[in-house]
Design a protein around this ligand. Structure first.
Ligand code: BMA
Length: 372
């Protein structure tokens, strides 16, 4: 009798456990996004050949007509899902400001970066610091900064203090259980232009390389930021591979080879972008690195078919579609400075049409790939 009772008890317990497991697994299966703690290399490798991750700068922070609204995103509003890659800007951190140079609080950037990571996405950071020499902003044509802040320069120690603050921020990007989240750092971009104090007219290629190398070395080796991939991204002023490599700091300091390109609407703009991406892709492949279109867009989306007619042909080029890891559209500030359309904008349907293509990966597509 007792044995029977015991048996019944065990059967009941097992059924209850089974039921609980079933309910839990249904819950998990139904949830659209799953936490993924894989390294960025693994995540990018998982997506290789399956599609291109679609990214947007400041996506979770603000868009047209909203700011810091939980769960919002202009990409989601228009295309039904979040981007797979999230860009953020760190300018102002070096001055202990509480908000970045676009007025986004660093606490928000941290919170939303962690959220993006927990949803299964990838974060990438740019940094446009004020110069340590005279506190001029990153946008200056006549500064002589780099020479003074590389090792041996008069302001090298001051520059290290700026980097210390960046390291503190990066190390504060942790999940609830205390694990550091991996991310991409893309410093000193568009160096082939002459609008930043690290631009091609403001320092020599050799100074630039020392500068880039030191930045990555210091963060990784001295500050222990060891969960970071680094991206090299000139603008599109370069023409030949030799030009592209003019500022390349060396394989040990670059994980992602890319370019920014805001010229897709120019005459032959898409063809030129494809030509250059092919060069980058071949190089990246031969070095076992990733290739990316690190920034693009059309300010205020003044062409209602820019997404399918300009960006689309670039991303759908067979080599690009197979080999490019990600593309990132620049931020959507107010109505005078946005690069992704908002609901009701005449280009919204066209952007959705491109983003609906199977070879363009939004967050849910990316998470499914990671979980396979
Ligand atoms: C530029 C513009 C600026 C912004 C900067 C850093 O391209 O969007 O308004 O301050 O990037 O995010």
């Amino acid at each position: 009798m007792n044995k029977l009772k015991n048996n019944r008890f065990y059967i009941f317990k097992s059924l209850a456990l089974l039921g609980f497991t079933f309910i839990m697994s249904c819950g998990v299966a139904k949830s659209k996004y799953l936490v993924s703690s894989k390294t960025i290399e693994n995540k990018l490798n998982a997506a290789k050949g399956k599609g291109i991750l679609f990214g947007h700068q400041d996506d979770l922070a603000y868009g047209i007509g909203w700011k810091y609204v939980e769960g919002e995103s202009d990409v989601k509003r228009v295309a039904g899902d979040y981007p797979a890659l999230f860009g953020w800007e760190l300018g102002g951190l070096e001055l202990d400001h509480s908000v970045n140079l676009d007025s986004v609080p660093f606490n928000k950037i941290r919170e939303l970066s962690i959220k993006a990571h927990n949803l299964g996405g990838i974060n990438t950071y740019s940094w446009h610091p004020y110069s340590v020499i005279d506190s001029i902003s990153a946008w200056t044509k006549d500064a002589d900064v780099v020479r003074h802040i590389i090792p041996g320069g008069s302001h090298h120690e001051a520059f290290k203090k700026q980097l210390d603050k960046v390291a503190v921020f990066f190390k504060s990007l942790k999940t609830a259980d205390g694990k550091q989240i991996p991310f991409i750092f893309r410093p000193w971009h568009e160096m082939d232009g002459n609008w930043f104090w690290w631009g091609s007219k403001q320092c020599t290629p050799s100074e630039f390389k020392k500068f880039f190398k030191f930045t990555i070395h210091y963060l990784r080796e001295i500050k222990g930021v060891d969960n970071m991939l680094s991206a090299y991204s000139p603008d599109s002023r370069w023409n030949t591979l030799e030009d592209y490599y003019s500022w390349y700091p060396g394989d040990a300091y670059v994980d992602i080879m890319g370019m920014d390109n805001y010229g897709l609407s120019k005459e032959n703009g898409t063809e030129e972008a494809i030509r250059k991406l092919h060069m980058i892709i071949i190089e990246a492949k031969s070095k076992n690195k990733f290739a990316a279109l690190t920034e693009t867009g059309l300010e205020n989306v003044t062409d209602n078919t820019w997404f399918t007619n300009k960006l689309g042909p670039v991303l759908q080029d067979p080599i690009v579609a197979k080999e490019l890891s990600y593309v990132m559209i620049w931020r959507s500030d107010e109505k005078v400075h946005f690069f992704f359309p908002y609901p009701g904008h005449p280009a919204a349907a066209d952007a959705k049409k491109l983003l609906d293509k199977p070879e363009i990966l939004l967050l849910n597509d990316f998470v499914k790939i990671q979980n396979n």
